[in-house]
Ligand binder design. Sequence first.
Ligand SMILES: [Zn+2]
Length: 89
Amino acid sequence: MTDKVEEWLTSKKLNIIRDFRQQVRNLLDSVSAREKMSCFSCRSEATAICNYCFGSRVGGWLNKQDKILGVEFASYFKEEIASPKIAFA
Ligand SMILES: [Zn+2]
């Protein structure tokens, strides 16, 4: 899902991509320090972090950068975010 979000973000707001990558890296670092067999946040079955938690973290972060972008993110990735069992990483 990271690639899809990055692609989407590139078309929306290019100057935020660097920060986004850093944000994802931080997120993955915090994941790798924990259990890998279930989502480290909600504990659903996923390899590292589920789409739902990834979406809510990235969405929350985007909201802080740009409220409109956060809203657009939530609606554009609505289906992915709603499927907690699909792992993104
Ligand atoms: Zn989760």
